[in-house]
Design a binder for this molecule. Structure first.
Ligand SMILES: Cc1cc2nc3c(=O)[nH]c(=O)nc-3n(C[C@H](O)[C@H](O)[C@H](O)COP(=O)(O)OP(=O)(O)OC[C@H]3O[C@@H](n4cnc5c(N)ncnc54)[C@H](O)[C@@H]3O)c2cc1C
Length: 465
């Protein structure tokens, strides 16, 4: 297959990828923007009209950036998955309509964003238990998937989703947030310049409370219960060491449980490309290491947005622009004003990283807390639903002396199913860390190899359609 050539390829059409593409296209640099979704904007933007709310300035800027993209210099490939990266960099793409495309580029910007993070509890695989982000996407498309909800898990995103459900006419019977209220309140140093976000948060809290929802902090999703599909959610209060407090259980009837435990970065393309990674739990776990100009450790490859630290759309927009300007500087196409902007963006990025740390911290639990929690989970709990691996299998493998997630994966097939471990490979790391008493970053990140998305074997074997 002959490779098509581009000066620059950008993987990911969320705020970071778009902001980067806008800078480069404005300067007339021929580039390629790839995203596996039909619409640009990333998961936070599934409703362009909603983006113009005064409380969502970053999304309004993202929509404007999409509209301003100078199409003469930019090729946009939606519905196209990046499934492989080889040195060069050379990219292997799988367009939704079929076939494969190979791209050779001088520079690559990895802006593949983040996905939701899940933790297992009894009943979490029942029909009717779905991700908070999935509920939100349905709502943004005008679909209210049930009348009665429970929202649960950990972190500040739960409140945002509960408020969206209420706004669209749903009833949230309970919001069970394992994070403690004190951890969800931003520290004073973070409040400066965040007036809009704070007001937004207060209005959402008010909306949820006025609707009659019971908001409970320090409260765990103990069990999702039902015969064949969800009928009720059992919640219970937990103490600071992660033990649930007997006698505090509540059974809440619900047709749908929206659950989530924060976010984790989509680092897999960067891993394939050999970019050095680092672990910081309060920025989302394993992340791509960059310098201040967002260059990774691999020549010609940059990373921007959630992949360098989960921090929200504002940070991603900034980093996309910063990566674009840094590339122009490297190409000798930046004037003094542009160089001044790089310095200003680098300074502002530090504040946005602090915001990211506050945002992620409540959904990350102390080691002792995780150990007590996972120790209390039953043997029959499903960990990998594709390969039907249970907690029992992991406990047995650990007891047999295999004490790393990589070894347990090989022994049990946990994470080797069709979802390619997207859901459970993070869970496996956390379970092994909790059961062995180590930190979740104490093991190397889960391994990755091409193809990053499921594709027809015949295609990889050389068929072109
Ligand atoms: C489920 C979910 C819901 C969210 N809802 C909100 C919200 O309502 N409000 C809010 O403010 N923030 C929300 N966020 C956070 C917000 O989306 C992010 O802060 C922001 O979009 C990050 O921008 P980014 O450009 O770094 O990454 P993203 O916006 O995530 O963009 C990354 C893009 O890369 C693409 N991609 C990833 N891997 C591949 C691949 N292998 N091949 C091709 N394309 C690929 C994805 O399709 C995606 O469009 C949500 C996040 C998630 C995960």
């Amino acid at each position: 297959m002959a490779a098509e050539r581009f000066e620059i390829a950008i993987a990911g059409g969320g705020p970071a990828g778009i902001a980067c593409a806008a800078v480069l296209a404005q300067a007339g640099v021929p580039g390629l923007l790839i995203d596996e979704h039909p619409r640009l904007g990333g998961p936070g933007l599934r409703d362009a009209a909603g983006a113009f709310s005064p409380f969502a300035p970053a999304w309004a800027r993202t929509v404007r950036a999409i509209r301003s993209l100078k199409k003469e210099a930019l090729t946009v490939l939606p519905r196209t998955g990046l499934i492989g990266i080889e040195p060069g960099p050379r990219l292997l793409l799988a367009p939704e309509e079929g076939g494969l495309r190979e791209i050779a580029c001088r520079r690559l910007v990895i802006a593949t964003g983040a996905r939701e993070r899940f933790l297992p509890f009894p009943g979490w695989t029942l029909p009717g238990v779905i991700a908070t982000g999935a509920v939100q996407m349905l709502l943004k498309q005008g679909i209210l998937p049930a009348a009665d909800f429970v929202v649960g898990g950990a972190g500040p995103f739960l409140l945002a989703v509960a408020a969206d459900i209420v706004r669209r006419g749903g009833r949230v019977r309970a919001l069970a947030n394992e994070s403690r209220l004190a951890d969800l309140l931003p520290p004073p140093g973070l409040l400066a310049g965040q007036g809009v976000k704070i007001l937004d948060g207060l209005l959402r809290t008010l909306r949820v409370l006025v609707s009659g929802t019971r908001i409970a902090h320090g409260t765990r999703l103990l069990e999702a219960r039902g015969a064949g599909r969800l009928q009720a959610v059992v919640t219970a209060r937990v103490d600071k060491s992660g033990r649930h407090l007997p006698g505090t259980e509540r059974v809440v009837p619900a047709a749908l449980l929206a659950m989530g435990f924060g976010f984790t970065a989509n680092i897999e393309p960067a891993q394939l490309a050999g970019c050095p990674l680092f672990f910081e739990d309060t920025l989302g776990g394993w992340l791509v290491q960059t310098d201040e100009s967002l260059r990774t450790g691999v020549e010609g490859i940059y990373a921007a947005g959630e992949v360098t630290g989960v921090g929200g759309a504002e940070k991603s927009l900034l980093e996309g622009r910063l990566a674009g300007l840094a590339i122009l500087e490297e190409m000798g196409r930046l004037d003094a004003a542009g160089r001044g902007e790089i310095t200003r963006l680098q300074r502002k990025r530090k504040a946005l990283l602090s915001f990211g740390r506050w945002f992620n911290r409540p959904s990350r639990f102390a080691a002792a807390c995780r150990t007590n929690w996972f120790a209390s989970l039953p043997d029959e709990l499903t960990i990998c639903r594709c390969e039907e691996v249970r907690l029992r299998d992991i406990r047995r493998t650990l007891a047999a002396g295999c004490r790393t997630p990589a070894g347990i994966k090989k022994a049990t097939r946990c994470g080797m199913g069709v979802c390619q471990g997207n859901t459970c490979k993070g869970i496996l790391q956390e379970v092994v860390a909790a059961l062995t008493g180590g930190p979740p970053g104490g093991f190397p990140p889960p391994s990755v190899r091409a193809p990053l998305r499921p594709v027809d074997l015949g295609l990889l074997g050389g068929d072109t359609v």
